[in-house]
Design a protein around this ligand. Structure first.
Ligand code: FAD
Length: 477
């Protein structure tokens, strides 16, 4: 066995799936003042935006530089496009083009939130960038509402994001990976940031007054697993499953939404396969998407959580983790049970549930993977021969050190070593800072469970922009 002791998972094993349920739109978005993707270097801040930091020779200079162009920063770009202050902003994304969890875009998987939790509606219900406007432009509004669910399909939401990205194209440079963000100083005061970017044309730097990092969550891979193409995290599931060849036996690790979806997909994709679902709980735990629990995603709740004493926030976070972390939507639980029931009626066990269990080791061989599964109830260890091990082991927040390097030592941290952020999601520096570094998706410990989700992106983007420009957010709080 490659690993003889239990595989160690980082503390958080959530699936990154929200469960709040929850409305929106005309005319093209305002052209971002003074920004053309791939335009030559600019050194002036047009449209009355904030003055930039001291400029190096030939470096472009922006009011706002965004790291990543997933839904969080797309919502910010949408807010910029509708802002009369006309911020000079650019967003870099390492991907080839618009992307959103392609590895898990299973054809019938649904969003865990209402269509109204789109890029704009809660901030500006009259925005042309709403999901409703997308439906109208695509001629699908009747079909969508006749279906009777407020939650779009995941593939449908991704089509919406691609549609919105086209309308925000002037803000984004794809195939540009940000590799470093370096505070710039005047004396002790951080006045802005130099951002290093690797793109098709090589390495370049730009200067930013403010930086907004929304680089998403990182796949959580347990330690001690062999490097083997048959071991894959669910974030890469659809990229890899086609290349697996014939699967007769599969192991899926995890008790959250992704693990459940992958188990079901493997079962239907490989009719002769047996799928082992290994998870640490007794039963699959349903996501709490009931109305009172859903209030935890409201903006006013974020205010209250942020202001609350830390121990209260932690306690409530633990109680309501089941709105998102390591839980499964009720319809998916039903589908799992129905599949198991139909198989058992036919005298076959095609999904095997290993409750209260964990993986104790994995040994690859030519013949497949030998996966040792230990049951916590009786201590028994079972060896499963498997053609694939899919890790539905969730996601973890980005470590800002990857971008800041040693400057990360200047970040204020709490007793647990977590980065301390202001209510506007900007990190607190142990130095005076005029230029702000906003970090989205890493502050669940202060802003609550919505920090990593779609639930609040439109309002959050409005708040961030208002804060960076010194305005009051005019949002439907
Ligand atoms: C399968 C799945 C389904 C989900 N479904 C839901 C749901 O239904 N409801 C919900 O509320 N939440 C859901 N989530 C949670 C998810 O976090 C949000 O859907 C959303 O993707 C968050 O947007 P984001 O922009 O913060 O991050 P991401 O969508 O992860 O986008 C980050 C972007 O940053 C780019 N990037 C990363 N590093 C760099 C760098 N150094 N330089 C340049 N670019 C970089 C990436 O290419 C990517 O485009 C789901 C998550 C998963 C994994």
């Amino acid at each position: 066995m490659t690993a003889t002791s239990d595989l160690r998972l980082p503390a958080r094993t959530d699936d990154g799936l929200a469960t709040d349920r929850g409305p929106r739109a005309e005319g093209p978005p305002a052209r971002p003042a003074g920004l053309d993707a791939g335009s030559p270097a600019r050194t002036a801040s047009p449209g009355g935006g904030a003055a930039g930091p001291a400029s190096g020779e030939g470096e472009e200079r922006y009011d706002i530089v965004g790291v990543g162009f997933g839904p969080s920063n797309m919502a910010l770009a949408a807010a910029c496009s509708e802002d009369p202050g006309a911020q000079h902003a650019v967003f870099f994304d390492a991907a080839e083009g618009p992307s959103w969890h392609e590895g898990m875009l299973l054809p019938d998987a649904g969003l865990q939130v209402s269509f109204a939790k789109d890029l704009v509606t809660f901030r500006n219900p009259t925005s042309s960038l709403s999901f409703l406007n997308f439906l109208v432009e695509r001629g699908r509004i009747h079909d969508f509402f006749n279906r009777g669910s407020s939650a779009p399909l995941r593939v449908e939401f991704f089509a919406y994001l691609r549609w919105a990205a086209e309308r925000l194209a002037e803000y984004v440079r794809y195939r540009h990976r940000v590799t470093a963000v370096q505070p710039q100083r005047s004396g002790e005061t951080i006045t802005g940031y130099r951002v290093t970017v690797e793109g098709p044309e090589g390495v370049s730097t730009v200067l930013a007054r403010h930086v907004v990092v929304a680089a998403g969550l990182q796949p959580n891979v347990p330690e001690g697993l062999p490097e083997d193409e048959r071991v894959l995290h669910t974030s890469r599931y659809l990229h890899r499953v086609e290349g697996l060849g014939e699967v007769r036996s599969a192991v899926v690790l995890g008790g959250g939404q992704s693990a459940a979806e992958v188990a079901l997909d493997l079962r239907s994709r490989f009719p002769d396969a047996r799928v082992h679902l290994v998870h640490s709980r007794f039963g699959i735990v349903p996501a709490d998407s009931t109305p009172f629990a859903n209030r935890i995603f409201d903006n006013t709740s974020i205010d209250r959580l942020y202001e609350a004493p830390e121990e209260v926030r932690e306690r409530l976070g633990r109680i309501h983790a089941n709105t998102n972390n390591s839980v499964v939507h009720e319809s998916t639980i039903q589908a799992l049970y129905d599949a198991w029931y139909a198989d058992s009626w036919a005298g076959r066990e095609r999904i095997v549930f290993h409750d209260a269990s964990r993986i104790a080791g994995v040994e690859p061989s030519e013949d497949g993977l030998d996966v040792a599964v230990r049951n916590d109830l009786d201590g028994d260890v079972e060896h499963l021969r498997s053609d694939v091990l899919a890790l539905g082991t969730g996601y973890r927040p980005l470590d800002l050190r990857a971008l800041l390097g040693e400057d990360a030592d200047l970040l204020a941290r709490d007793a647990e070593g977590r980065v301390v952020a202001e209510r506007d999601y900007s990190v607190r520096w142990q130095a005076p800072a005029e230029g702000r570094l906003v970090a989205v998706g890493i502050t669940q410990h202060q802003h609550g469970v919505s920090a990593t989700l779609l639930s609040n992106i439109a309002l959050r983007a409005g708040e961030i922009l208002a804060s960076l420009t010194g305005e009051r957010a005019g949002a439907a709080r």
